[in-house]
Design a binder for this molecule. Structure first.
Ligand SMILES: [Zn+2]
Length: 413
C-alpha cells in the first residue's frame, strides 16, 4: 500500500492510496468512505443490486462483531469472508465493532473485549481475535482495542487503562500477525484511544506510531461522545503525531457536517454506516452539496421546511435508527403521499430514475421490504457522491463553496 498526497487544503488531505488488495491493483482516492456491511453484505442489497451504483469504494468494511459467531464456519470454509459472502473483487478492512449498533459497556477486561452477535455476548481474547482475522482473511484489519472511554465523564484512570490495554493488545496482535500464514499479506492498523484527554490521546498516537502498523484507526470520537469543537481539536493533535504517509480511519462519525469538520482536522477515511441508519429511519438523504450554483432549485429545497421527527417505532433494531438529522427527509410523512417527484431531482440511482417519493412512502407505510432496498440504494448513492464532490471541491480550491452548501451558513473566507 502506498499513500500519495496530492495536496493539503486547510488541513484537509487530498490523495490516493494505491497498490491495495492481494493483487495490488486497487486504489482509493481520499477523503473517502469505506463500504459498510453487516455480516459481510451491504444491508438490504444483493451484490447485483449494489453493482447498479457507480463509484463504489474500493474498500469494503467487515465487522468482527457481526462475523464472530460465524467463526467456526469461516474456519471450516478456509477461503475467507470475501469468497464466503460472494463479494466481488474488493479490498477488505476488518474492524471490531459495528458502528451502526450500540453495545453494552462494562465487559472489557485486561485480556478480553466483548462483541454481541444474535446469540449474545462473545468474549474475545487476542488469540481468538487473531484466529477470527485469520478466518476472515482481510487485507487490512484493526488490532484489538479497548474503546470504552467515549462516555462523558470517564475518569482519567480509566482512559489511561484503555490506552495501555490497547497498546498491549497491539503488541500481542503484532506477535501473532508475524507468525500467521493467513495474514501474511494483510496490514494491521493500530488503534488510537484516549477518550477526551489530550495527553492520553498524544501518548496513544505516539506509541502506536512506533509500531509497524499500516495505518491508524481513530476510536472513541463517535457521534454523541463529544462536541465537534473538541473532536476536531483532539483529532488535529493526534494526527500531528502520526506519520503522514499512512491512512487515518475515523470510526463512528458519519453525519455530513461532522465528516467535513473531521476531514479538516486531518482524517482520510470514514465508515459509511450513516446511509444505513437513515434508511432504517425510513428517510432519504436529500442535502445539497453541488458545486454548480443552481439558485432556483436550492431555494425550492430550502423552502420545503421538512418536518423533523424523533421516531422510536417501525424498526427491528431501535438502537440502529438513531435521530433524524437535517440532511434527510422523512418519507413516512403524509406530505409525500401524492408527491410524484423523484427522491432527489438529478440523482442517478435506480430508485430516483424509476420511482417517486409517493411510491416509496407507500412501501414504507405498508412495511414492504422493497422500501429498504430502494432507500438504501438512494442513500448510499447520495453519500458516495457527497464524498466525490468533497474531493472535487478540494482539488478545485472550492472547499468554502462546498461547506457553504453543507452547513447552510455564510462562511467568511
Ligand atoms: Zn437517488
Amino acid at each position: 500500500m502506498k499513500l500519495e498526497l496530492s495536496r493539503i487544503v486547510q488541513g484537509c488531505r487530498l490523495g490516493v492510496l494505491t497498490g491495495l488488495g492481494k493483487t495490488g491493483t486497487h486504489s482509493l482516492e481520499f477523503p473517502a468512505c469505506v463500504l459498510y456491511t453487516r455480516c459481510a453484505s451491504v444491508p438490504h442489497l444483493t451484490q447485483d443490486t449494489l453493482r447498479t451504483l457507480g463509484g463504489l469504494p474500493a474498500v469494503t468494511q467487515l465487522t468482527t462483531a457481526t462475523l464472530a459467531e460465524h467463526q467456526e464456519v469461516l474456519e471450516e470454509f478456509k477461503e475467507g469472508a470475501r469468497r464466503f459472502a460472494g463479494l466481488h473483487d474488493t479490498v477488505l478492512f476488518s474492524s471490531l465493532h459495528d458502528p451502526a449498533a450500540s453495545y453494552p459497556t462494562g465487559h472489557v477486561t485486561n485480556k478480553t473485549v466483548s462483541v454481541w452477535g444474535s446469540g449474545g455476548r462473545i468474549e474475545l481474547t487476542v488469540d481468538r481475535y487473531m484466529a477470527l482475522q485469520a478466518a476472515i482473511q482481510p487485507d487490512w484489519y484493526q488490532s484489538m482495542s479497548d474503546g470504552e472511554t467515549w462516555q462523558q465523564n470517564t475518569s482519567r484512570k480509566r482512559v489511561r487503562k484503555a490506552v495501555d490495554r490497547t497498546l498491549n493488545h497491539l503488541d500481542e496482535c503484532l506477535l501473532l500477525h508475524q507468525k500467521s500464514q493467513a495474514l501474511k499479506q494483510a496490514e494491521i492498523f493500530g488503534v488510537v484511544e484516549g477518550g477526551d484527554i489530550q495527553e492520553e490521546r498524544l501518548r496513544s498516537a505516539r506509541e502506536t506510531a512506533k509500531r509497524p502498523v499500516g495505518g491508524f484507526v481513530l476510536d472513541g470520537f463517535q457521534s454523541g461522545a463529544m462536541e465537534q469543537g473538541m473532536r476536531s481539536q483532539l483529532i488535529a493533535a493526534v494526527v500531528a503525531e502520526l506519520p503522514p504517509d499512512k491512512p487515518r480511519v475515523l470510526q463512528g462519525v458519519g453525519c455530513p457536517d461532522e465528516v467535513v469538520a473531521c476531514v479538516e482536522a486531518g482524517v482520510d477515511l470514514f465508515e459509511s454506516f450513516f446511509p444505513y441508519q437513515v434508511t432504517e429511519r425510513g428517510c432519504a438523504l436529500c442535502f445539497d452539496f453541488s458545486l454548480e450554483s443552481d439558485p432556483e432549485s436550492a431555494v425550492l429545497e430550502s423552502n420545503e421546511d421538512r418536518p423533523m421527527r424523533e421516531r422510536e417505532n417501525g424498526a427491528d433494531s431501535p438502537e440502529i435508527v438513531g435521530k433524524m438529522t437535517r440532511f434527510e427527509m422523512d418519507l413516512r410523512d403524509a406530505r409525500y403521499r401524492d408527491d410524484f417527484r423523484p427522491l432527489v431531482a438529478g440523482c442517478d440511482c435506480y430508485c430516483c430514475r424509476n420511482h417517486q417519493r409517493a411510491y416509496v412512502h407507500h412501501l414504507l407505510v405498508t412495511n414492504e421490504l422493497l422500501a429498504g432496498v430502494l432507500l438504501m440504494l438512494h442513500n448510499l448513492a447520495h453519500y458516495l457522491v457527497f464524498f466525490s464532490t468533497l474531493r472535487q471541491a478540494l482539488s478545485q480550491d472550492r472547499l468554502v463553496d462546498f461547506k457553504r452548501k453543507i452547513l447552510q451558513v455564510q462562511i467568511n473566507e
